[in-house]
Design a protein around this ligand. Structure first.
Ligand code: NAP
Length: 728
């Protein structure tokens, strides 16, 4: 950049204020043009005070909210950011991303926020803690039981992110830690921190997150990690070398700080022995491998680095990939038709070159490489471009480099295998990866490879002609599924639905009497007090029902006519119910009532038929028929209010909540014959506690029109001390 251009000084968000670091900082460059676009510095920040601010201001505020309230904030935040999407796409293009690449990062990040907002309301209670699993019987008499509860850690979730997904990386970790009730400090990789800062600005502008729950460091993390305590955690994404250094830190070790690492990964894709040229699986494989090499110019932790192919198909695969890769236009992503942009910066080019020279010692170049760049609308000198490179290693067991070296760019090595055992052994040589994929029409092959490689992989995608169209792709981690891999991949685990949230919580075993445990968890379990009332529980509104409230029904004797009528109504003439002779020879030794009759009869016993606050039967869980019911047996039911979850208010819907009822049907000897939980939708009288943050959410949504301000303009209008600075 010529002369005294004004570029932006990225800001840090520390202790609820935007602060510019001191000093000249690190100059950041446009990946396509090489121009300086900003500088980042965190010099002068008090990292210890930032952690303390998160712990003392953000933590208590978040822990006071329930999962549902936090989830609603996440949803509002996702909506808020989505409105500003185009601004982020524009900034994302400075990283060299094509629109498709930006979609993965930007929309992928927002999608993760939406997904956790939804799971937070569906899979977590409207409470500040989570009860994990059912009661554990610890005593013969049932007076001493155990349960697990998960509570938010009372520290800060520090996230340290890699350069390749500045938005997604930040939001996937924010979604899970925020939902867990833990404040966050984000430290994006410096080289692309301008994009993280742009989204962070919008997050702060939204005013949706409580004070102290979100802070941002653009530049060095300084001595941040030296001040971690036993309640803090670190989620690190980056190279294994940096990860090792950080997790060996004194404070991390001394305080057993949770350290989740997502690091290097030598992911594989495998062509099944059946998937010869001409089969749909062969074409799908070629398409996926080429895509994974070129999307984000190969700068994806999940990109395919090792490609295993039956020996006799190597030539066909090389020819097909060559054809496909030569059709990928490389250059300025702003130009129509360009499908692959540059790497994120010149530093990354140097890193990939270093890795490639190690790979080249074990491989031959079969496509692309130095001298083959034919750029559209861009210059190789100015931009951080790197050519696609397809390598071939004909002795994959002897020449180990492709199993050890991760070139974080559009580089991939093809390796032959002879048997499935060999193929699985090659996959395992990666010493732990995030993902592997297999293209085969044979499910027996899929089973053998899946079971033979699963211990070394976090995710396996098994694709055939039937699933390909709807497949989510080799390279896409999903909020519902675990992301992370063993060994070289860092040994961490993120996302995976509820699991990703629990990472930020302490799981504690609670032991005590059923009554005491129910008082802690607010979930009734057998052995705790059963409270009776003259008013039938189905006549009570959601708020009026108490945990432990119990109805013991009248009795009913099961007759032959019941069994015959039920067979007629249901069409279920199974011999054990209808055939005296066959039933005598069966394990029941005589005819038994249908299990579903027992359920229906129990409903008839406990239901209050007149219209009232119960809106609907919502489902049934954990059903076990524990003893047969014979003709002549007399049954009754116990119905106990076990757990209540208020549902979020929706326009046009009656305010309501879900009530979990513990049901036990017993016979004339008091022996249980069926146990289960039923769920009913019950009317609420008042507004739900989950709407407590509605006003805040709506205010924020209303007050902010879509912001068309550029990051540079935003810098210019910030408070003193964070004004744009000149760099030359
Ligand atoms: P990196 O150089 O290891 O940096 C990762 C992060 O660590 C950056 O934010 C970096 O900040 C920070 N860092 C470096 N030294 C630090 C220190 N002393 N204290 C605190 N933070 C420090 O990795 P990268 O080049 O950004 O990313 C590429 C690597 O990430 C590849 O190896 C790739 O496989 C891996 N990756 C893995 C996943 C996954 O999910 N498994 C996802 C994406 C990427 P600065 O930028 O300021 O140095």
């Amino acid at each position: 950049m010529e002369g005294d251009e004004i570029v932006m000084r990225l800001r840090n968000y520390a202790m609820d204020e935007w602060v510019a670091g001191t000093g000249t900082g690190t100059t950041l460059h446009h990946a396509v043009t090489g121009e300086a676009i900003g500088s980042a510095s965190s010099e002068g920040l008090d990292f210890k005070a930032m952690l303390e601010h998160g712990r003392t201001v953000g933590g208590p505020a978040l822990r006071a909210l329930t999962f549902h309230q936090r989830a609603r904030i996440l949803k509002a935040l996702a909506q808020y950011l989505t409105v500003r999407k185009e601004e982020f796409y524009r900034v994302s293009s400075w990283t060299g991303a094509t629109r498709g690449d930006s979609w993965i990062d930007v929309d992928g990040g927002f999608g993760t926020l939406f997904a956790y907002a939804s799971r937070g309301r569906r899979e977590f209670p409207d409470e500040t803690y989570f009860v994990d699993g059912g009661p554990e019987a610890l005593s013969r008499g049932g007076t001493f039981i155990g349960r697990h509860i998960c509570v938010p850690m009372e520290g800060v979730a520090v996230q340290i992110n890699a350069f390749n997904f500045p938005v997604w990386g930040m939001l996937e970790k924010l979604a899970t830690s925020f939902l867990a009730g833990v404040p966050t400090i984000v430290k994006p990789a410096t080289v692309t921190s301008y994009l993280a800062e742009s989204v962070a600005s919008a997050i702060v502008e939204s005013a949706l997150l409580p004070a102290g729950t979100f802070q941002l460091i653009c530049g060095s993390a300084g001595d941040l990690l030296d001040h971690l305590t036993c309640q803090d955690s670190v989620a690190f994404t980056g190279s294994a070398t940096t990860g090792l250094m950080l997790k060996s830190g004194k404070a991390v070790l001394a305080h057993s700080v949770r350290f989740n690492q997502e690091a290097d990964s030598l992911n594989f894709s495998m062509l099944g022995p059946d998937a010869a040229p001409g089969t749909p699986e062969f074409d799908l494989f070629i398409k996926e491998v080429a895509k994974e090499m070129t999307v984000k110019a190969g700068q994806k932790c999940t990109a395919i680095r090792r490609t295993f192919v039956p020996g006799e198909m190597v030539d066909d695969v090389v020819a097909a990939l060559t054809k496909r890769l030569s059709g990928v236009k490389i250059g300025d992503p702003a130009v129509d038709g360009v499908r692959m942009g540059p790497l994120a910066g010149k530093g990354q080019v140097r890193e990939v070159e270093k890795s490639v020279s190690r790979l080249r010692e074990a491989t031959e170049l079969v496509y692309g490489g130095p001298g083959t760049l034919d750029l559209i609308g861009a210059s190789a000198e100015a931009g951080a471009f790197f050519p696609t490179m397809l390598l071939y290693n004909d002795r994959p067991f002897d020449r180990a480099a492709p199993h050890d070296v991760e070139a974080f760019g559009p580089v991939n090595t093809i390796m032959p295998y002879r048997t499935l055992d060999e193929a699985a052994a090659l996959a395992r040589l990666g010493k732990g990866s995030l993902v592997g994929s297999l293209f085969t029409a044979r499910d027996d092959v899929a089973r053998e490879i899946a079971l033979g490689t699963a211990a070394y992989h976090g995710r396996l995608m098994l694709v055939n002609r039937h699933s390909a169209k709807e497949s989510t792709g080799h390279g896409s981690p999903l909020p519902h599924l675990v992301h992370g891999g063993p060994g070289r991949a860092g040994g961490g685990e993120e996302r995976g639905g509820v699991r990703g949230v629990l990472h930020y919580m302490q799981r504690t075993a609670i032991q005590g009497s059923p009554e005491t445990v129910a008082a802690v968890t607010r979930e009734w379990s057998k052995g705790a007090t059963e409270r009776g009332d003259r008013i039938h529980p189905f006549r009570k509104y959601f708020e009026e029902l108490e945990i432990g409230e119990t109805l013991i029904t009248h009795r009913r004797t099961v007759t032959e006519s019941d069994v015959v009528s039920f067979a007629g109504i249901s069409g279920d003439f199974f011999y054990a119910h209808m055939d005296d002779i066959a039933a005598r020879d069966s394990l029941f030794e005589k005819r038994v009532a249908h299990g579903y009759f027992v359920l229906s009869a129990a409903a008839g016993l406990f239901v209050d038929p007149a219209p009232g606050p119960v809106l609907a039967n919502y489902g049934l869980e954990g059903l076990r028929f524990v003893k047969p019911v014979y003709i002549g047996d007399t049954i009754r039911a116990r119905l106990t209010c076990k757990q209540k979850t208020a549902k979020e208010d929706r326009d046009g819907q009656i305010p309501q909540g879900v009530v979990h009822w513990d049901v036990e049907v017993s016979n004339q000897d008091g022996e249980p014959v069926a146990v289960y939980t039923i769920l009913t939708l019950v009317k609420r009288r008042g507004a739900s506690s989950v709407t407590a943050t509605s006003a805040q959410v709506e205010r924020a949504m209303r007050s902010e029109a879509p912001d068309t301000v550029t990051p540079a303009e935003r810098m210019a209008r910030t408070e003193p001390g964070s004004a744009p600075v000149r760099v030359s």
